[in-house]
Design a protein around this ligand. Sequence first.
Ligand SMILES: [Zn+2]
Length: 93
Amino acid sequence: MVQPESLRILGEDWAVIWLGIGAADERAHTDGEKRTIVMGPHAGREDLLHEVIHAIEFSYNLDIDHTELQIVARGIWAICKDNPEFLEYLEND
Ligand SMILES: [Zn+2]
């Protein structure tokens, strides 16, 4: 599956930028003002889910405790990994 270069999040297009190794700042982060998610060279799918939740946080003007956000992201990720048929079910809406 190809890494997405953009995502539609709550009615807005967000860019997803994938950094290469050696970038000045290799951490994944989300820039709500620029509607951009930046993925570090070591970031993967679970990290993207985490950043998407940050995008939702920004879009709804929330201030979610970061530890709780991490836990929710890990929980959703674990449920998706444990239940691939659940994702298929959601896809076929
Ligand atoms: Zn975060």
